[in-house]
Design a protein around this ligand. Sequence first.
Ligand code: ARG
Length: 461
Amino acid sequence: MSNRMWGGRYASGPDAIMEEINASIDFDKALWRQDIAGSRAHVAMLAKQGIVEQADADAITKGLGQVEAEIEAGSFTFSRSLEDIHMNVEARLAEIVGPAAGRLHTARSRNDQVALDMRLWVRDTVDQLDGQLRELQSIMAEKALAFAGAVMPGFTHLQSAQPTTFGHHLLAYVEMLGRDRGRLHDARRRMNECPLGAAALAGTSFPIDRHATAAALGFDRPTANSLDSVADRDFSLETLAAASICAVHLSRLAEEIVLWTTPQFGFVRLSDKFTTGSSIMPQKRNPDAAELVRGKSGRVIGALNALLIVMKGLPMTYGKDMQEDKEGLFDAMATLSLCIAAMAGMIRDMQPELKTMKKAAGVGYATATDLADWLVRTLKMPFREAHHVTGRIVGLAADRGVGLEKLELAAMQAVEPRITAAVYEVLGVERSVRSRTSYGGTAPAEVRKQAKRWLARLKRE
Ligand code: ARG
């Protein structure tokens, strides 16, 4: 049998392989809520404009309610021969309402319909991710406030650099997640134009009111060019790009958690709820959730790349290639959502090992910069010279196998005679972090201020 929706000129139905490659219902059924919402707004507008009779519109609206209830209840039968969600919903509507259902598709095409559904879906998902990210930020900012003074090593090149605090480190990620949310907000703002009414590509000869449907569906305005409306998926690309950057941030934090939970580092302890054991090695507490967040970021980045490649050679306007926009996007958004949830759970229960971190903070001559700064401040030495002098003192300490704070004064004075015992005051890690009071610096008082600023802001958002 030829297709009821478009098979007027067809003598036969599609080959089984044609149906297999063509059907998208197995994944685009995820769009059912958006599809029904779009149809409701469309038919209400058609009636208001006198394009369909009010009685038909009422029957269609009622029928859509029944379709919605059936899908919600799980009693709806999705059919592959009906290709996609749009035709599945409409075919069932026709069974419920009769021939009047056929009026719903007046002044509409699946091209503007799917563009609309996707925008609505991405918009909903962005809002949900934003809420999750806000929650994760709150958890991290609370932890940062509690551990603003917990000294830990700061690294560059993964080599001991300068002491910092656990709170300061967590707030670095709060900032990154804040920018991730900003990118999602930007994407949302740009995508919030309604493509419905672009029809197949050129608009329609019916006197539709695109401003009305746009407003009814919560859009800021209708899109201004019908060709662009059905041809682009940049809203998905932009969201995937923002999601990819966010996934990279989560992956870096995950990598740090993996490192921190090794017995060699021992900086933090994850709860039992977020670790797994080994079937052969009884001592193991593996940070699988963190490893999976790190691993799953690849899927999100992959989805962005896949869609960029799908889109890059398409002539205007719609091409069926664009049906390939869905699976990767859906998977990427679900993956990111799961990763945020896992990270929130891990961080909420995570216990920093304060003694271990503090001890590690002093390893590797991490207060050498404090010594150089002391020489600049106290002896008025130019920084470059102070750097050199400090380097020689570090060399002496390394030869003797001691930390700077354990190196005797005479040894330091052999390098620079003007050094006094007062220098030892700046060589401890506590003192080092407390001294870094510049705006955004690692001093616990500054970290507390920033954590409170975030917590107040997050409460308002
Ligand atoms: N399932 C299709 C998609 O996702 C819907 C649009 C189909 N339009 C068409 N003219 N065949 O892209």
